[in-house]
Design a protein around this ligand. Sequence first.
Ligand code: ADP
Length: 541
Amino acid sequence: MSPITPDSPPNVATMSSIRLIGLLHGLFAKLGQRGDLEGALSQVLGELAEFLEADGGFLLSAADLSNLRLLAESGAPFQEEAMDKDQLHEFYNEIFREHRPTIIRTSRPEPMSLVGVPLVSDGRLIGGMCFFRSERKGLFTYEDTPLLGIVALPMAIHLENLEYARSNAARRAELEAIVASMVDGLLKVDSWGLIVSFNDAFRNLCGLPDAEFYTLYWDDLLKASDRHAELFADFNRALREGLPFTARCPATIQQGDREIPVSVNFTTIVEGSGRITGGVLSVRDVTIETQIDRMKDEFIATVSHELKTPITTISGFLEMMITRPMERQEQLPLLELIHSETARLGRLINDMLDLSKIQSNRLSLDLKRFRMDALIKGCLKPFEMRHKSTHHFALSVEPARAMVHADPDRLSQVLVNFISNAVKYSPEGGTINLVARRTEDAWRVEVKDQGIGIPSDALPHVFDRFYRVNENQTAGSGLGLYICKEIIHRHGGQIGARSEVNQGSTFWFSLPLQTKDAKAAKPAKQGSRALRNHAIRQAER
Ligand code: ADP
């Protein structure tokens, strides 16, 4: 072979070899690049088509012969529909089933020549690469196939990379969507504990501008109690020394001037090679859970106290009556006290039962028609008798003998609760006014006292479960008004209160004249949501 020098013009064979090497070099370089994988495919196809003087070329994926998918094309579009189906099937069969380079001649849509090679990587068929040109330009020959064979391997690897990049991108998008939609805060840190990324929930928990996060270590934001300080240090050590670590502990996050209780899960990130590259912290806001726990504790303490007090009184008086000889006259006041304390116990137990019915949606109504004035008078009478020396009572019902359609026992329960609160939270000498008015479409009943009143910030919460304006005030469980609200809502009515501190309070409810049938009266949705709402409000106070 004669050496190629600048002076000696290369012969035709050398020229085409140089062109071929140049072409392959260019193609391999394009297929090896990392950036625009799809763009590289089209470019390579275009250059090969040009070299082969083809009218066009295309790449098909080969997941399933009956479902070939076009991955890229270059030059004129391939008119597959116009071709002879059997011939085309035979062509694809050779490439995708037999994995053989193939050349065919077709007469439709014009006399054409087609060449195709399978793209195989590591024994796996990835796809097929095909070119076509009109017969005018000459038929493809098997001399064309070695070139395509040489390009087929890097092309197959490139396609695999593309598939991998696409599925990676899809998986990444999926993961990003999951992380973004998470209610828990998520925080990724490097092996020094510096914050690398975080989701919206964590951003909201801390309430800091984005730029500030990236200058912070995770433990600048999360604070451990003394009991868990050691665990924080262990996680940092695991990150630095590349040791696996998983743990969970309570902590707090400072959000402005609020300290938020959180529960933190620590995990180190282990790469495929087993190397630890950083850590992930998932951070859950447990304000509501903490609040609910506190409310439950308070409730148990209140109820235990409420149960214990009457039992102590009853057993004390009974003991006195058993151990000391007494005249009937002497016994009477003690028996009255025992009677009222037993009634108090009964009320508390009934409230607890009602609470459980409300929670399991079993509080039903037994609707009847009865006179409103009779019901109110019946409720008021025991109070007038018991408190005639300390309180004045006034009653006005209009129209006097008008009927109401409701559950009389449940309505009495509401009235008794209103009146007993009015007495309980009023000083001696005060007047308690009961007013019932029937308008065109509803009954409205009010119980007005001249008592201690309720501060405006507490007023919206008095109908919440377990809520008491002052935990140390007179006996009570904080359940009465909550149950009243449920009863009135189940009648389709409304309930509310107005109040002014040291001036008095007015508790009212309204009932539509056409109360629905008990079965149809849909119980308002209750349960954990009401408790959570209450806890949120408590937490915000
Ligand atoms: P309790 O068993 O504590 O009385 P309730 O649910 O009946 O429970 O009432 C809730 C809270 O609302 C009470 O603890 C009290 O602080 C306040 N409250 C209710 N009625 C009155 C009233 N007439 N005057 C002042 N405060 C009241």
